[in-house]
Design a protein around this ligand. Sequence first.
Ligand SMILES: C[S@@+](CC[C@H](N)C(=O)[O-])C[C@H]1O[C@@H](n2cnc3c(N)ncnc32)[C@H](O)[C@@H]1O
Length: 248
Amino acid sequence: MLDSYADIFARRADRYYRAMDMFPKARDAEFAVVADCLDADCKVVYDMPSGSGWLRRYIADDIRYVAVEPAEYFQQRCPSDERSSSLLAQVEAVPAPAGTACAIISLAGLHHAPDLSVIFAEMHRLLKPGGQLVIADVGAGSSADRFLNVYVDANNSMGHEGRFLDEETARLLVAAGFEVIEDRQAETPWVFGDRISAGAYCRDLFGIDGQSAEQVCDALADIVGLSEGDGSHVVQWSLRRIICRKPG
Ligand SMILES: C[S@@+](CC[C@H](N)C(=O)[O-])C[C@H]1O[C@@H](n2cnc3c(N)ncnc32)[C@H](O)[C@@H]1O
């Protein structure tokens, strides 16, 4: 068993990246659920941890995008242009001045963090007064929790022991100085052209070894839900989304 998230992604970032590269639209709804709630006047958004910055294409072109990513493999593949940049950094200690973010988005990246209160304090420092924090990750007790902490844990040689979002998360956010505006489960379906693609995608995304794509499909269908209709195959993924504001 590996003891830190950094160790895990140092070993399997390439498979995660391959999944995202092969099926770039599968998680459209998931990225939209965090991108679509940004304030209309947002000018700078930090994405932490960003992976390879896949969120960028869901953010309006006129918003400056800053990816913060601790794994070098991912950070090297982040977008870099006049409106997009990236920092190779821990999300607990970002080398950027206080008050420079209008919004911070954190998608699917907090469930292995050793101490959320340190990360929330850093997010609070980076945000300008009145700025937004949007977090989406697996909700404790959800079907995605069971898929990851039971099925993936049993079929990934590195295991999977996520600490998912729950009531305590909101308490920690308030303790860090945030006002919690919304805290709810959101539907974030993953869409594929055929059934086997759903299994192949999740095998790579979650580093599942020793199971075929077909077996992963069966587990998705049993635990999360996998439906077919209108020529697409949909994994009924959902995340808990928490929207907060740093008081102005
Ligand atoms: C499941 S990926 C999510 C990436 C991206 N936000 C997305 O939605 O595809 C988890 C991310 O957490 C990063 N990470 C690694 N170690 C971490 C740590 N100690 N704390 C927070 N994030 C970490 C990984 O490098 C990776 O980018």
